[in-house]
Design a binder for this molecule. Structure first.
Ligand code: SF4
Length: 181
């Protein structure tokens, strides 16, 4: 039976997903072994499905939408992989954490730094609310595997996926696998 794979995009730049696409021709082998059941790059499914074997989660938890989604992911996923430095440490989006709270960040970005006619983005039900801080994934839900890098290089992603496909827990050790940035 094929492994049910999801990839999830929280508050990140999508660079980790671009690195996933750098798997190049191995993606063809991977496609024969997995069923991609949720991903911004492979389907238009809006609702996180049940019974997911592995989820690669990119990005920190920075919005109310992220928060709801990561809880769904955790509830329905066997192996949750914190995919990249933003998921593990909040990294680049976490730079906003030096400002005290979401309102300060929005005022700084949309009013103080605007050239003219700045206004705050407000569309209830459409624009998700910023959380007060961008949180690493493990601050919200338990994480099973940490896959560092900004982004993790394709070879590192492949090493982790190959272990998971063999039914093993990936061993993240050595300079090739443990490297932030
Ligand atoms: Fe982008 Fe780096 Fe964050 Fe990945 S870890 S989402 S590449 S900033």
């Amino acid at each position: 039976m094929k492994l049910r794979l999801a990839t999830v995009w929280l508050t990140g730049c999508s660079g980790c997903h671009m690195s996933f696409l750098d798997l190049d021709e191995w993606l063809i082998e991977l496609a024969a072994l997995v069923e991609v059941v949720f991903s911004p790059i492979a389907s238009d499914v809006k609702t996180y499905p049940e019974h997911v074997d592995v989820a690669l989660v990119e990005g920190g938890v920075g919005t109310s939408d992220n928060l709801a989604l990561i809880r769904q992911v955790r509830q329905h996923t066997r192996v949750l992989v914190a995919f990249g430095d933003c998921a593990i440490t909040s990294n680049v989006p976490g730079l906003r954490n030096s400002h005290p709270g979401a309102d300060t960040v929005l005022e700084r970005a949309y009013l103080q730094l605007s050239d003219s006619s700045g206004c705050l983005p407000q569309a209830p039900g459409i624009v998700p609310e910023l959380l007060e801080q961008v949180l690493p994934v493990q601050a919200v839900v338990p994480v099973d595997v940490y896959l560092p890098g900004c982004p993790p290089p394709a070879a590192r992603i492949r090493a982790v996926l190959e272990a998971l496909l063999r039914g093993e827990t990936p061993v993240i050790e050595g300079a090739e696998l443990i490297r932030f940035g």
